[in-house]
Design a protein around this ligand. Structure first.
Ligand code: ATP
Length: 447
């Protein structure tokens, strides 16, 4: 590191892509390449996933934050290069509203708080503009500038190891001529590498369907991404996965993916589009509605308000857990809130669920015949039971209550990887020890 590079800069940006193409992470790599000779990077580019429930996201609501040190007299030139890269690479679309923010010096605490809100609530563009005016050295927007929200959050969410859990993702990119072609990954090489490096890598193959889940579906430049705990392992694994096309470039990002960070800051208040984490008492037996979604009415333990809880079709086997809940059971629901105007009701769309308590439920059945041991039938109201086989009758015999054996156990349940949102912490990460440092490895990016 050069002594002269003693000015810290933090660059955050978002909303540069559309479903027709591009990817904010690719823009980040280009910018890294363009400024790398003049800066010392303090961190990997951070790929921050924000509130997954906001309706205007393109895919996974991801934003990028870069933290670096630079000489004071090149600050302006770095700002220019950042703005030029954004202008040149964003995907023009009516729903693309890029925003870029630059903070000079320490990241103000207010931005840390903003980042927590961005994870769990909806923030207005006006609020983001006020923040940019007050706390940022420079900002730049196109369209309505909505990207400022994610940009500020990506600077404010510093993922300090002593405070936050974090993971890494290595993203590999395609040659431009291949972008519209089908992505082909060799299944065997991926399955082998996944087994070899597990649990240091996660969400490569969906455990239920065996589907490869490292590739995106759209026309963006990403070939695949591998998620994991250590940058060196991601680099190794990248070299072991066989693909039918060459990789043009790659970059390692530090991220909040797979950490449940949104649930860490969630509240148990039910607000449209917010992230929810709270205790629920089950009020009725769940039902399956057309489309295969499972839904039931529950009560918020904190304020006794009634709310609908839903497990959607893509969550597959997870729905069977939810389907088996019964009244008086207690769960912690983790998910996103939606308000349905038509029914004037809130629904919590489950991302995971912890069963805290399973209530006793009984069934009432006719007793077995004391002479021939066949199940008896009722002999009419208050007239006891009779046996159809041997004819035995007894006016005193009443129904017997037996405890229903529940097909559930207490514990944490998570939908299969394929249906998980980026932020959700998968089972594979639960028993890992916490990382308390990070350091940039050689070759963390390549173009
Ligand atoms: P990709 O994953 O491909 O990068 P995306 O899913 O991140 O795409 P964007 O096109 O970036 O989608 O759109 C998300 C928009 O939502 C951005 O403008 C971002 O600033 C904004 N946004 C992010 N978090 C919040 C929030 N909590 N409240 C309001 N707006 C938000």
């Amino acid at each position: 590191m050069s002594d002269l590079r003693n000015t810290s800069l933090h660059i955050g940006f978002d909303d540069t892509d559309s479903l027709r193409g591009s990817c904010t992470t690719f823009l980040a790599l280009r910018l890294v390449e363009r400024i790398s000779n003049d800066v010392d990077f303090l961190d990997y580019p951070r790929l921050i996933r924000n509130n997954p429930n906001i309706p205007w996201k393109t895919r996974g609501n991801g934003a990028i934050g870069l933290s670096l040190k630079v000489e004071e007299d090149v600050v302006e030139s770095i700002v220019e290069r950042a703005i030029d890269t954004l202008k040149e690479m964003y995907e023009e679309d009516e729903n693309t509203n890029p925003g870029l923010v630059i903070v000079k010096g320490e990241v103000p605490q207010e931005l840390n708080q903003f980042a927590r809100k961005a994870l769990t609530e909806v923030i207005s563009i006006a609020t983001a503009k006020d923040f940019a005016e007050e706390f940022c050295f420079k900002y730049y927007t196109i369209g309505n500038g909505r990207g400022l929200i994610g940009g500020i959050a990506a600077i404010g969410n510093t993922l300090q190891p002593e405070l936050e859990d974090f993971t890494y993702e290595i993203l590999t990119y395609r040659m431009p001529q291949n972008i519209k072609k089908k992505r082909v990954i060799d299944y065997e090489s991926l399955a082998q590498a996944d087994k070899k490096y597990s649990p240091q890598v996660f969400n490569n193959i969906d455990e239920e369907t065996k589907k490869i889940i490292i590739t995106p579906a759209g026309p963006d430049p990403v070939l695949y991404g591998i998620r994991g705990e250590e940058p060196t392992i991601l680099l190794k694994m990248m070299k072991e996965i066989k693909t039918m096309e060459p990789i043009s470039s790659y970059c390692i990002f530090r991220t909040n993916q797979g950490t449940d960070q949104h649930f860490k800051y969630a509240s148990s208040e039910v607000v449209n589009f917010n992230v929810f984490r709270g205790e629920i008492k089950v009020l009725e037996k769940p039902t399956t509605i057309p489309g295969g979604h499972v839904i039931f009415q529950g009560e918020l333990v904190s304020n006794k308000k009634s709310v609908d809880i839903a497990a959607f079709e893509p969550s597959k086997r997870f729905r069977n857990i939810i389907k088996n809940l019964l009244p008086e059971d207690r769960i912690i629901a983790f998910g996103g809130v939606r308000y349905k105007e038509k029914f004037q009701r809130f629904t919590i769309q489950l991302e995971k669920c912890e069963i805290l308590f399973l209530a006793d439920h009984f069934k009432e059945e006719s007793p077995f015949c004391p002479t021939c041991n066949k199940r008896m039938i009722s002999n009419g109201f208050n007239k006891g039971h009779k046996c159809r086989k041997c004819g035995y009758k007894n006016r005193e015999l009443t129904k017997v209550r037996t405890l229903i054996e529940r097909e559930l156990s207490r514990g944490l349940f998570i939908p299969p990887a394929q249906a998980q949102r980026h932020l959700v912490k998968p089972h594979r990460r639960y028993n890992l020890s916490r990382k308390n440092v990070f350091g940039l490895i050689d070759n963390w990016w390549k173009t």
